[in-house]
Design a protein around this ligand. Structure first.
Ligand code: C2O
Ligand code: CU
Length: 548
């Protein structure tokens, strides 16, 4: 195993990812940031310099479990104090499993400003994967807004609530195309210019006859997406770092925080190029499709395909999305069986609320707030006064809550209390969706767990039945993931082992939803956590304990 050392300079720069010029956060001048390429069991060291001038920073390594390094998880308020402007912070962790992972900002809504990238971990020399391919390529999908994260955050946290709205464009690997003449007051060409080479579409060149592994990841702020390659089927082989029993799709549905590998064969007529497209699903699409080019060598890479891009599936048809979720099973020779029973079951009812005049998201009617002192430090140093010591609710009134009706959830509260789990306990989480504060509306929420993979035991429609539904759990070959969708008016059941000493966030990966309180925090085995580096301290009640 090797040590891979990176030095990153993070700053704001003017860029035009979708032809519209705005301030974006770059790493060494780039967004998406550099791909971290490593081999299983390598140690990654990233020295991050915060050159944002007036803004704090933290970077999370999404899907990396951080075993024995919980302080390197990069979650501001949970595992560290923010990196202040001018400071350099060193993340160090092991990538202990092969697969496709992500990194992104985890401070406020900063991810939306462009700070994100991919982590690719290959199998050790001599090991092989249960599928074969000639070349390995990556695609990060994102949605893109023209206003700043400050404007968004301010709107969301005002009593006269301003929703972020639908994104202006969809980016494929950092490139999109905004229609510059579409705005009411159309922008001057130094602001929006569709022939700027910075926003020319992303191209993947393929050699006819070869098989490609495409690593597809989503880091959208809001959108659930479908992804399609004109004329080509995709065979799904990996999900969140786990080998999947292969299955074929025409559309891949992908939610923020998920990664997939698919295989495609360049077996179509080689005389032309083909569209790769991404479209919004689950919300009324108001954003035009994201487009990229699958270039068949030796055609010119910039030559547009002669066809109209595929339009994508019907946005409000939940069935095929649920079907894809249910189709993902562990590859038969990589099954890690879940424990047959659990020690604890926690039900999380997902609701929207108004608390003291503010629009919020909640689980079990409690909306999450981050404390000023990170939990990891507070718990390790016994600073128990820095967050609420109550036990959060572990369920809701099953019998009486009508998930299909609009509620005003007037008893909702905000809290920074956390769930404390017994070390090594097997924990079941039932995510239950419901109606939002609008009539006949229920959203898709991709839930992401830090520090663990969980088994996906099942997805279902309607209200979870605590007696009947567990009998349908897949305990034979469930996939393990770190991010999973909760479909509209549905439920999702997960199981994980609380075997990673530390403090871990579990939240909806929609940037604005987490910002509005849609998350919880788990603690397990804090007494087993090693000595904390002082670099994670310095804020809240740890002022003076931190960096010199
Ligand atoms: Cu990728 Cu806490 O997030
Ligand atoms: Cu959500």
């Amino acid at each position: 195993a090797r040590i891979r050392h990176y030095k990153w300079d993070v700053k704001y720069e003017y860029k035009s990812p979708d032809c519209y010029k705005k301030l974006v956060i770059t790493i060494n001048g780039r967004t998406p940031g550099p791909t971290i390429v490593a081999q299983q069991n390598d140690t990654i060291i990233v020295e991050v310099k915060n050159s944002l001038i007036t803004e704090n920073l933290a970077i999370h390594w999404h899907g990396i479990r951080q075993r024995e390094t919980p302080w390197s998880d990069g979650t501001e308020g949970v595992t560290q104090c923010p990196i202040l402007p001018g400071e350099t912070f060193k993340y160090q962790f092991k990538v202990d499993r092969p697969g496709t992972y992500l990194y992104h900002a985890h401070y406020g809504m900063q991810r939306t400003a462009g700070l994100y990238g991919l982590i690719r971990v290959s199998v050790p020399d001599g090991d092989s994967e249960p599928f074969a391919y000639d070349y390995d390529r990556s695609i990060i999908l994102n949605d893109w807004y023209h206003n700043s994260t400050y404007e968004q955050a301010t709107g969301l946290s005002s009593t006269n609530f301003v929703w972020v709205g639908e994104p202006q464009s969809l980016l494929i690997h950092g490139k999109g195309k905004f229609n510059c003449s579409s705005t009411v007051a159309s922008s001057p060409s130094w602001v929006c210019n569709e022939s700027n080479p910075e926003c020319s579409p992303y191209v993947i060149t393929v050699i006819p006859g070869k098989t490609y592994r495409l690593r597809i990841a989503s880091l959208t702020a809001l959108s659930a997406l479908s992804f399609e390659i004109e004329g080509h089927n995709m065979t799904v082989v990996e999900a969140d770092g786990h080998n999947v029993e292969p299955f074929v799709v025409k559309n891949l549905y992908i939610y923020s925080g998920e990664t997939y590998s698919v295989l495609i064969k360049a077996d179509q007529a080689p005389s032309r190029n083909y569209w790769m497209t991404t479209n919004v699903v689950s919300r009324i699409p108001k954003t035009s499709a994201g487009l990229a080019i699958l270039n068949y060598y030796p055609n010119h890479p910039r030559r547009s395909p002669p066809t109209v891009p595929p339009t994508g599936p019907i946005w409000n048809d939940t069935e095929p999305r649920l079907a894809q979720s249910q189709a993902i099973k562990s590859h038969q020779s990589y099954i890690h069986s879940p424990p047959p029973t659990s020690d604890r079951v926690i039900v999380f009812l997902n609701t929207q609320n108004t608390i003291d005049g503010y629009r919020r998201w909640s689980v079990n009617n409690v909306s999450f707030n981050l404390p000023h002192t990170p939990y990891l430090v507070a718990l390790k140093l016994n600073l128990h006064h820095v967050f609420e010591q109550t036990r959060p609710r572990t369920g809701y009134d099953f019998k009486n809550y009508d998930i299909y009706r609009k509620h005003n959830n007037s008893n909702a509260t905000s809290s920074n209390a956390i769930y404390r789990l017994h070390f090594n306990a097997t924990v079941d989480i039932i995510l239950q969706n419901a109606n939002t504060m609008n009539d006949n509306d229920s959203e898709t929420h991709p839930w992401h767990l830090h520090g663990h993979d969980f088994w996906v035991l099942g997805h279902g429609k309607g209200k979870f039945d605590i007696y009947k539904d567990p009998r349908q759990y897949n305990l034979v070959n469930p996939i393990m993931k770190n991010t999973v969708p909760l479909h509209p008016y549905g439920w999702t059941a997960l199981r994980f082992k609380a075997d990673n000493p530390g403090v871990w966030a579990f939240h909806c990966h929609i940037e604005s939803h987490f910002y509005m309180g849609m998350g919880v925090v788990f603690e397990e085995g804090i007494e087993r956590v090693g000595n904390l580096p002082s670099s994670i301290m310095g804020c809240g009640d740890t002022r003076g304990l931190g960096r010199p």
